[in-house]
Design a binder for this molecule. Structure first.
Ligand code: FAD
Ligand code: N01
Length: 535
């Protein structure tokens, strides 16, 4: 995993930025096709999300036997997931196993942050420069920089004055943190906070939770995986994976084929209770129209609200923790003992919905007239999702056009894979693709295979440039918006809409519907990459 120490740029067929699940598979795929490809990764290790997010309680919320690669049958058979929802160390171990198994390490350069990527129209090549000044030239540049990798660091007045320890859940210290005997403040109540709060509360002397918006969370019901269950899945993995790829969100949520209107009140209740027992994100499958029809959604939302209220002793705290928005218009959370944590005497909920944080103080923070003192402050404030990691690189296409400037009013892509005026640049899980609305590893594999097939096609036809056409891009952006508009997903201030980052344009970024998306990609490829200009 060594760096290039000479002054001349290293010449490559493809530079891949990022060593998460997207970058690792892209590397494996392109190298297996005979390309000289290299991954540049800012972190000191591979795994992306699972390298950075080491906060206590971090684990996946899609069952591990689904949240894993399916491109290699032997890998699928040999890897043993131990828990229904694998914890972060186990997923990180899996990422490292991929590197070893496919001998990827010599082609991955760690501690290498890409600062700039510039396209040369004369040479049809990308020049990539790192923050350390190292340079690379490549025919293709693949951004595998992640949808949830650029931390959101809100600019509170006095932020730098805090004298205690400060953490962000997405940049958690590798050696772990011991909060024993400490007063701790945590800002945010999204998935990261909901997973970590029960653990931190067990250690801390006192935990202050600053909540702007309550979230829907359902019990994860994590458990050790039964050997017979796994043997059964493994005995029919190809068929099972094919079934999951046919699902709206690319994983088996046991989707109910009936709409809520087709069920009696008693049946509605029974189905909700069944989902509550199943746990976790299986709630996405409660009714076929849950994300499309307000009445259907209300049934699930009210059921989960009722369950939340039952868990909390203090009615005022219960009210504050009970969400009122559309169920699922923000990513639903899966927890283990989250709401019960607020019954502890060492945990205080501070509702900052109507009175936001005014300033960070050297020993705590202030909300209106009230000050809270603590020794450590945790930002569980999420990510500048989907566009953040790309915006943080100076990416320049034809005529020096900057991607950040092109996307000032919101990201514009063709299929979330490419963007007009940026030839030979591919994005894995870009805005406009199903990405964060799906089992992401399945979406990643589909993108990687599309990109590698496309590069193979270019090679076979002796072509050197591919670029999304503006018309195809405009049509795709309209279609993404139309699909989102026909759902209930626009109904709250979610990071899907960029609403968590001040000043970010309010645009629904992911595409809802994995199967129609795959169908579209397949027809684009079959038509010789329609919507792209090739030369
Ligand atoms: P990432 O894993 O984010 O990797 C991107 C890599 O690019 C990072 O290592 C980053 O350091 C690197 N990078 C970025 N910019 C640069 C640069 N300029 N130079 C060099 N390197 C750069 N999804 C699910 O489907 N199911 C789940 O259960 C699930 N759980 C999640 C839990 C957490 C805590 C989080 C944050 C996300 C979760 N996700 C989940 C989403 C998760 O991000 C994806 O599933 C998946 O891991 C993304 O892989 P990736 O390779 O696309 O991106
Ligand atoms: O981030 P978030 P996350 N003042 O954006 C609050 C995946 N994931 O890291 O809702 C005060 O959800 C913000 O408030 P509001 C998953 O896809 C999965 O938790 O914007 N508060 C919110 O409460 C997830 O959706 C798992 O009003 C501020 C919180 O910070 C995604 O990653 C685990 C604020 C941020 O919540 C992101 O999750 C973890 C401000 N200025 C992550 N700014 C699994 O369980 C922000 N907030 C698998």
């Amino acid at each position: 995993m060594s760096a290039n120490t000479s002054n001349s740029p290293r010449q490559l067929d493809a530079v891949i930025v990022g060593a998460g699940f997207a970058g690792l598979y892209m590397l494996q795929k392109l190298r297996s096709e005979g390309l000289n490809a290299r991954v540049l990764e800012a972190g000191e290790g591979v795994g992306g999300t699972w390298y950075w997010n080491r906060y206590p309680g971090a684990r996946c919320d899609i069952p591990s036997f689904q949240y894993s690669y399916q491109f290699d049958e032997k890998l699928e058979q040999e890897w043993e997931w131990k828990e229904r929802y694998a914890p972060q160390p186990e997923i990180l171990e899996y990422a490292n196993h991929i590197v070893d198994r496919f001998n990827l390490a010599p082609h991955i350069q760690l501690k290498t942050k890409v600062a700039e990527a510039v396209f040369s129209e004369e040479e049809n090549r990308w020049s990539i420069t790192t923050t350390g000044g190292e340079r690379f030239r490549a025919a293709y540049c693949v951004m595998a920089t992640g949808c949830l990798s650029a931390a959101n660091d809100p600019e509170f007045p006095g932020k730098d004055s805090f004298a205690g320890e400060t953490y962000h859940t997405g940049r958690w210290p590798h050696e772990g943190v011991d909060f024993s005997g400490k007063r701790v403040g945590i800002i945010g109540t999204g998935s990261s906070a909901i997973q970590s709060i029960p653990h931190i509360a067990e250690q801390a002397e006192h935990l202050y939770v600053f909540q702007r918006t309550p979230n829907y969370s359902v019990p994860a019901r994590n458990e050790s995986l039964d050997k017979d269950f796994i043997a059964d899945i493994k005995s029919r993995y190809p068929e099972y994976r094919a079934f999951t790829r046919d699902q709206l969100i690319a994983w088996d949520v046991e989707m109910n084929e009936k709409t809520a209107a087709e069920l009696t009140p008693a049946e509605l209740r029974t189905e909700c209770e069944r989902r509550w027992e199943l746990g976790g994100l299986y709630f996405y499958g409660t009714f076929a129209d849950m994300l499309l029809d307000q009445d259907s959604n209300d049934v699930v939302a009210e059921f989960v609200r009722e369950k939340i209220r039952e868990k909390i002793d203090d009615p005022v705290v219960a009210d504050a923790l009970t969400p009122t928005s559309v169920f699922g218009c923000k990513r639903v959370c899966a927890d283990t003992g989250y709401f019960e944590t607020f019954n502890r005497s060492n945990v205080s909920l501070i509702d900052i919905k109507d009175s936001p944080i005014d300033e960070i103080l050297p020993n705590g923070l202030r909300v209106g007239e009230a000050s809270y003192e603590f020794d450590a402050l945790i930002y569980a404030t999420g990510f500048d999702a989907m566009t953040g990691a790309l915006d943080r690189i100076d990416i320049r296409g034809k005529k020096g056009l900057s991607l950040k400037e092109k996307w000032l009013a919101g990201p514009r892509t063709y299929l979330g894979l490419a963007t007009a005026n940026f030839p030979n640049l591919f994005i894995v899980s870009g805005p406009g693709s199903p990405s964060v609305l799906t089992n992401m590893i399945t979406s990643i594999e589909q993108h990687v295979e599309f990109i590698s097939d496309c590069i193979g096609y270019m090679k076979a036809k002796n072509l050197s440039r591919i670029e999304a056409s503006l018309d195809a891009e405009d049509d795709w952006v309209d279609h993404v918006n139309e699909v989102a508009g026909s759902s209930l997903l626009l109904g709250c201030n979610s990071w899907y809409l960029g609403a968590n980052v001040p000043g970010k344009p309010r645009v629904f970024m992911p595409y809802l519907g994995f199967p129609p998306y795959v169908e579209k990609c397949e027809s684009v490829a079959a038509e010789g990459y329609s919507g792209f200009q090739l030369s």
